[in-house]
Design a binder for this molecule. Sequence first.
Ligand code: APR
Length: 385
Amino acid sequence: MIGAGVAGLVAAVVLARRGIDTLVLEAASRARVESRPRAGLLGPAAVDALERNGLADGLRAEGAPHHNCEFRHRRRAFVVEYARHAGGHHHVVYPQQKLVADLVAAYLAAGGVIEFGVTDVMLDALTSDHPAVSFVTADGQRQTVESRFIAGCDGHHGVSRGSIPEGALRHIRQRDSAWAWLAVLAAVTPSTDKIIYGVSPRGFAGHMLRDHRTSRFYLQVEATADAADWPAERIWEELHARLAVDADWQLAEGPLLEPPNVITMDSVFYEPMRFGRLILAGDAARRVPPAAAKGAGLAIVDGETLALAVAAALHDADERPLNAYSEVCLGRAWLAQEASTKLLQLVNVELADPFARRLQDVRLDRLRTSPVAAAEFADHYLSPR
Ligand code: APR
């Protein structure tokens, strides 16, 4: 496994527990992967995959179940009880770095080996039966390891996908969006017990939760925006304005935990998710927008699917699951992309387009008043299941 994110670690645990020799190579240090703030919202498919593999103890103990979310529109708040519309399926909020720490512990307990702090990872002989990985260890030794399979789980900017020859994968890209989200992480108790999507004439603002001391906020900004133009004062002013509601509610402020960053809304899929003996999983195979928070969940289920397919190939000489891998994962990922796209259409405000804004008003009014619209929202919001 190249990469000790959620995709690589889930794959590694599932394989190691089946008695398959594994090695995880990770560029960052253990301390870094276990503390780096990332996503936090996990949908039912991801939670089920973790439960199935006995990896959900931390999440059960400390995660917060979420059944509802709130929209704010025309200074009025309304709650969508989405779990009620989806047979009780719901989300769990559990900071991703805590899940990574749980997965590292489970993998080491299963006898797995991780090299943290590796550099200069190079993949070779991907179409042979013995693909190889060469890397430099944290103490400067160059090593080469031959394997039966390589799992490329090194995120969107890793080396795995880049090792595949030009033209072997299709790049399916979304056209550029005019908007991005400024992502802000603050050391402050959330001012809400459910996610808030605020749709205001100034643009979208989101209030997400991480744990009882940490909140995540998003602000819709122009795709060309520069985070340097967003000092804390301006961020809070805009959050207060965009989340304002005609009710007794206050937004608590706190120090920013990291510099805010601009997340563009562009999405891209690389298909198929396999080249010879290199199999891609998680963000290495795609980039989905942060809306609806699908990335981490997809990475988890990719990791499990990959491991089961590799185990079938190695234990039973059955390559059918491996041959189906890409299609199975892509089906789920495109479903998740559709959900993200729908949510973006619902909350991002076309600031200079009154026609689009009228339609947005209608969509939000329908979501507030129509059980059918709420059920449709729930189906997307919780997908894939
Ligand atoms: N060599 C080794 N490791 C690498 C390399 C490399 N060349 N490049 C990157 N990595 C490591 C990163 O340090 C990281 O720990 O690969 C790991 C990839 O992990 P993630 O980025 O978390 O990717 P993934 O497991 O696919 O999970 C993706 O998590 O937070 C969400 O939104 C995020 O959707 C995304 C999901």
